[in-house]
Each structure stands twice: as structure tokens, then as C-alpha cells.
Design a protein around this ligand. Structure first.
Ligand code: 5GP
Ligand code: MN
Ligand code: MN
Length: 330
């Protein structure tokens, strides 16, 4: 029924109305890829008044600057103040929409496409599938129901989304359905090797030196999470400034940290303003870090989640540590 509602809503409001697509703050591959892929699909349908945006700061991470459909992207301040239809991508809660949250109120209709178990079911029509590996899976399904055929540009956007949220098809939610979708996308002619190099294997020299500093101060806490163990580190605004790097380069920092074999839980605490930290949490299966993040004001998935923390990084980590035991997966 939700699918029928979503199709009806898009068909009713998109062709003649102003359509605004939005995704979460500090967009990742799934947020941008599912949003831009869907936007290109709407353009193929003949929708003319079409914009895509995300909450300020308006900064597109370097790995995504070649995504098709970027010409549809405008900063928050230029986005339709009173769109007819708002489509929301990869957003678990309104708190991830910054100043764009007011567009939900002014729009005549909203459709939320998402895959977070912690989704708060804000907005009008909900296409929230917690079993989907990426929001792009939901977006592809809706495009299919709208009879939009895949082309190589749509496919590239959706592929970037799928590849980033599945850790290059390595995580547990890499189901047959995910590989079948990847096959459909690759069949349009896109080049997976080239895309992977661009989004995963391309980093400024300064970012490597920054990672060296930050990884060098990582700490092991073997008794955390009832003995499953935790590893954590932090990066400050000064680290970024010293190495002349933009904040998004730190999105990849959790990857080497979560590879530590001795522990289940990994944590990266990233300063976003004086005393304010964006926290990334990962588990290998012993802890529901989504529940931990929700308890601390954030959200996410069982094995990958985040929240905003305050104080000193050590204090943020103590708060996390205190919540781990209560959210063991038995
Ligand atoms: P990452 O660590 O890659 O930034 O985020 C991991 C997961 O947690 C993503 O699914 C992301 O949507 C979610 N997440 C990260 N930070 C926050 C936050 O501050 N609030 C909420 N609700 N979810 C977050
Ligand atoms: Mn995301
Ligand atoms: Mn996602």
C-alpha cells in the first residue's frame, strides 16, 4: 500500500509541480547517490522543476564531485522555499535535515525513502525498508514502479550508493538481492573499477598523514562491552587544519579502525565545532550500536551508527562505554 501511495503521490505532484529532493547533512555515497539517481529518473519522466539539496554546509565530498546529476544540486539557501513535493533520501530522523526541516512543513506532499531501523517515521508517505542494504535499493524499486528505465547515469549514482553502504559488497546485508541489483546497474555499461578507484581509493597525501596522526593515538579498551572490547580514537579541527584537509576525509577513518581484530566495537570521535563531536560507531555483531547511538541522541543501523557528542573526546567515549553493556546482541 505504501508503494501505491508513493507512486500515486509522485504521479500527482511531480509532473507539473516543483520537486525538491533532500538528503542528510554531511551526505555520504548513499545519500547523494540515491537522491541524484532518483532525480535523474524524474528528469527522464519529464519533470522540469527539479532541485536536489542537502543541509548546510554546502560541501560535496571530493569522491562524489563527478556524480551524474550534480547540475541539479543547489545550496539550501537556493532550494524552493515552498515545493509541491519533497522526496527525502537516507534520513533516519528530522534532526539530520538541519534547516531543510521547514520544507517538510511547506510541501504539499512528502515521500521518505530510507533504510534505517531507527527511522522515526516523520513525513507523509514512508518507504522505509530496514532490510534494504542502502536507500538506493528503495529508490531503484520506486523508479521501476514509475516505469523509469535505468540508464548509465542513473545506474552510476545508484551503484555509488550501493557500493558505499555495503562496504563494497562486503557487509552482512550484501544479499542476493544486492548482487542482482548491482548486476542490473553494471549491465547499463558503467565501469565498477573506475568508480571504486574514485570513491574508495583516491585520497590526498595530506589525508594519509592526518590518518597517521589520528591512528597513532588510538586506544584499545579490551574490557569494554562485557569483554568484547572497544578501540577508539579522535580527530580534532586542529588535526584537519594542520594537514589542510576538509572534514569529509575523516569519513573513511572508521575503516582502518574497525579492522582491529582484538575488539568488537570501534569508535571515531570527530570534532565538528569547539566541544562538539560527530561520532561514528561500528560493531562486528556483539553490540547493537544503533541502540547505543539512539540512547545518546543519534541513530543508524545495528552494526553502524552515529550521534553528536559534547565535551572532551574522553568524556564522549566514557558515555559510549557506559551504554555498551545494555545493548549486547545475545
Ligand atoms: P557514519 O559513522 O558513517 O557517519 O554513520 C553511520 C550510520 O549512522 C549511518 O547510517 C548514519 O545515517 C547514522 N548516523 C551517523 N551519525 C548520526 C547522527 O548524528 N544521528 C543519526 N540519527 N544517525 C546518524
Ligand atoms: Mn547515509
Ligand atoms: Mn544509507
Amino acid at each position: 500500500r505504501e508503494w501505491a501511495d508513493a507512486v500515486r503521490t509522485v504521479r500527482e505532484f511531480a509532473p507539473a509541480g516543483r520537486v525538491l529532493l533532500i538528503c542528510h547533512v554531511s551526505p555520504d555515497g548513499d545519500a547523494l547517490g540515491s537522491m541524484l539517481g532518483f532525480a535523474l529518473g524524474l528528469r527522464r519522466l519529464g519533470v522540469r522543476d527539479l532541485q536536489a539539496t542537502f543541509p548546510d554546509p554546502f560541501e560535496i565530498p571530493e569522491p562524489f564531485v563527478d556524480l551524474p546529476g550534480l547540475d541539479l544540486l543547489v545550496p539550501e539557501s537556493q532550494a524552493y522555499p515552498d515545493p509541491d513535493l519533497v522526496l527525502v533520501f537516507d534520513v533516519a530522523s528530522e534532526s539530520r535535515l538541519g534547516g531543510l526541516v521547514d520544507r517538510l512543513a511547506t510541501a504539499r506532499a512528502t515521500v521518505v525513502l530510507d533504510h534505517h531501523a531507527s527511522n522515526t517515521r516523520f513525513g507523509g508517505v514512508h518507504l522505509v525498508d530496514a532490510t534494504a542494504a542502502a536507500t538506493a535499493v528503495v529508490a531503484e524499486q520506486l523508479l521501476d514502479r514509475l516505469d523509469v528505465p535505468l540508464d548509465v547515469e542513473i545506474a552510476e549514482c545508484l551503484y555509488v550508493a550501493l557500493a558505499t553502504d555495503t562496504g563494497s559488497f562486503r557487509f552482512d546485508m550484501t544479499t542476493p538481492r544486492v548482487h542482482e541489483m548491482a548486476a542490473r546497474l553494471i549491465a547499463t555499461g558503467l565501469r565498477p573499477g573506475e568508480i571504486s578507484r574514485r570513491i574508495f581509493d583516491s585520497r590526498p597525501f595530506g589525508a594519509m598523514k592526518l590518518f597517521a596522526d589520528v591512528l597513532g593515538r588510538a586506544q584499545l579498551d579490551p574490557t569494554a562491552a562485557a569483554g568484547h572490547g572497544m578501540v577508539w580514537t579522535y580527530a580534532t579541527l586542529d588535526d584537519l587544519a594542520r594537514h589542510e584537509q576538509r572534514p569529509y576525509v575523516l569519513d573513511a577513518l572508521i575503516d582502518p579502525v574497525r579492522c582491529v581484530a582484538e575488539v568488537d566495537v570501534s569508535v571515531v570521535v570527530k570534532e565538528i565545532a569547539e566541544g562538539e563531536w560527530a561520532v561514528s560507531l561500528r560493531s562486528k555483531g556483539a553490540v547493537d550500536v544503533s541502540a547505543v547511538a539512539v540512547a545518546l541522541g543519534g541513530g543508524g543501523h545495528r552494526l553502524a551508527a552515529g550521534f553528536t557528542g559534547y565535551g572532551a573526546p574522553g568524556e564522549v567515549v566514557v558515555a559510549i562505554r557506559e551504554h555498551l553493556d545494555a545493548h549486547l546482541i545475545v
